[in-house]
Design a protein around this ligand. Sequence first.
Ligand SMILES: *Cc1c(COP(=O)(O)O)cnc(C)c1O
Length: 420
Amino acid sequence: MSKKFSPDKRLLQKIDALYPTPFHLYSEAEIRHRTQNLKAAFGWNEGYREYYAVKACPTPGVIRIMQNEGCGVDCASLCELMLAEAMGFRGDEIIFSSNETPKGEFTYARKLGAVINIDDITMVDFLEKECGLPEQLCLRYNPGGDFRLNGSIMGKPGEAKYGMTRAQIFEAVRTCTYKGVKRFGLHAFLASNNTNVEYYPTVAAELMRLALDLTQETGCEIFMLDLSGGIGIPYEPDQAEVDIALVGRKVKEAYDRYLVANGIVNIKLCTELGRYMTGPAGVLVTKAVHEKHIYKDYIGVDACAADLMRPAMYGAYHHITVAGKEDRPSNKTYDVVGSLCENNDKFAVDRQLPEIEMGDYLVIHDAGAHGRSMGYNYNGRLRCAEVLLKENGEIELIRRAETPKDYFATLDICKDIKFQ
Ligand SMILES: *Cc1c(COP(=O)(O)O)cnc(C)c1O
């Protein structure tokens, strides 16, 4: 059983009085703890670094904690690069891992000295024409087919739009070497939200075998292997947390077997975890504001899919607790719903919960990654604030809630209207 970050009712009342619900709340202690565990698991590899996947939670107040622990950032777009720059990340503290890259973004990434990870063989020309090839370049690999662990399908790289085939990786290395690239990184992302301890070791082995073949056949230098993201978290309360120390040991076994045993000893590993780092460290806090009894029993809350889209988008499970009622029996069945005019705006369907009264705080767990960051403004809904619970118990507003002014900022016609 995983233990979830569960702020108590008194804390939520205190925050609500300052920054009214809904809001995302993150635990500094939990983020630090997870970062330190990850670092310890890969401490055997000199040069190892976690590059937090900015898209999971592009909030400086959250990223700063991992930055303090020595992490870099994995960016996928111009604005994510700008955010990294504003936070003081430079050079090889940044990996730029984009796909279908718009014009101008590689130039920006190169100005920051970021490690560029290209997604396709055509990007060699595109990158060269735009800003020249750097001395070191990372290549994204897609082995195709199905990604299997212990016989079951965990992902379908063959259906994924990312990366290059094995033949293209070899071609890219030869072409780029000819054009002056000195060192290569290899990257692969083969399955998402995977809680199997074999996930990373399997991806690692795949990349290590490729690295070995490339060095032997082309003579190129491989300087890094990027295991990317994808380690999952226990969204359901009876699921277990991934044993990250064991993952680290198993990756080391692969490293010793495929690389060290073949005389290759100085390749640095990196990870680009998003969900694993901050997912369980964040919750969406919302208040029950309406109840409705028709063919089913509904609890209407003041958050909606604009604040956390995963249930609406993937039917994803997010555990919900009612603050102050954690120990009461879950003897009611509710759909917990937001206010969007879309019938998928449901945080939970047929969920067993304690009896909910209006004004109760509902804590929607594991919202700290791919939560607020996936938000949008559909239905004219405004995205909510983000609050950090610091290690010393203080609370800090790390992003204010949107206001109508933000919503209208891109419209000229609303510029001169005085709203009531
Ligand atoms: C989304 C993404 C990640 C992070 O994925 P998680 O599932 O949050 O760990 C890492 N790298 C790349 C290139 C990504 O697109």
